[in-house]
Design a protein around this ligand. Structure first.
Ligand SMILES: C[S@@+](CC[C@H](N)C(=O)[O-])C[C@H]1O[C@@H](n2cnc3c(N)ncnc32)[C@H](O)[C@@H]1O
Length: 198
């Protein structure tokens, strides 16, 4: 079967390294929400001792993520959970770290999804949710991948992903105050939101 994420494969280790560098969370429970084929969670697991929860609405994606973790022979404790981000089957204050890349745009209720992520986050925990290529991706690679994506979206007649200002509006509706928008490139709109639970 073809890998729809093949263009992005060089980018996942870079985003994982960014998350490790920025938050220094190397152990505890990590949820990768809307994990798809599991690539970001897998890269983060490789460089940490995190107990990983791969979460996705789509059971087929989750099956593939399971196969991909097996191929990578990860030593971390692993869990695969089929769930909607809007109704996460985890207790309050459960996770040390929540990551989610490229999934927010597909959620039916983004406000509820972000509130759920905040609910399951432990005090002192961090969530990094959004989309993009991360700030460690070289400019030339960024230009190539973004150009390719733009062409695909134009061919489908789609307008593209939520912009920073829209994400800010969504965040305001959540009632969560301790957050900031994070951009991949300084001076450009942030497509990620970082939430810290106090
Ligand atoms: C474009 S893929 C991104 C996959 C992966 N995070 C990555 O960066 O390669 C989006 C994923 O979000 C999942 N998804 C969409 N809506 C969801 C929801 N409400 N709850 C959980 N997962 C969802 C989809 O099934 C899909 O696997």
């Amino acid at each position: 079967m073809t890998n729809p994420f093949s263009d992005l494969m060089p980018v996942y280790p870079l985003i994982a390294q960014q998350i490790l560098d920025d938050y220094q969370i190397t152990a505890g429970k990590c949820l990768d929400i809307g994990t798809g084929h599991g690539f970001l969670g897998i890269e983060l697991a490789k460089i940490t001792e995190l107990e990983m929860y791969f979460v996705d609405l789509d059971p087929e994606a989750l099956e593939i993520s399971k196969k991909n973790t097996a191929m990578n022979k990860l030593q971390n404790p692993l869990h695969f959970v089929q769930a909607d981000v809007c109704a996460l089957p985890f207790k309050d204050d459960f996770a040390d770290l929540v990551i989610s890349r490229g999934s927010l745009w597909f959620w039916k209720d983004q406000v509820k999804g972000l509130q759920e992520i905040h609910r399951v986050l432990k005090p002192g925990g961090v969530a990094f949710v959004g989309g993009g290529l991360g700030r460690y991706t070289p400019a030339t690679m960024r230009k190539r991948l973004q150009g390719k994506k733009r062409k695909i979206l134009e061919a489908k007649g789609e307008k593209g992903f939520i912009k920073g200002a829209e994400l800010e509006e969504v965040m305001k509706k959540t009632g969560i105050s301790n957050y900031r928008l994070v951009a991949d490139v300084e001076g450009q709109p942030g497509h990620w939101v970082e939430m810290k639970k106090i």
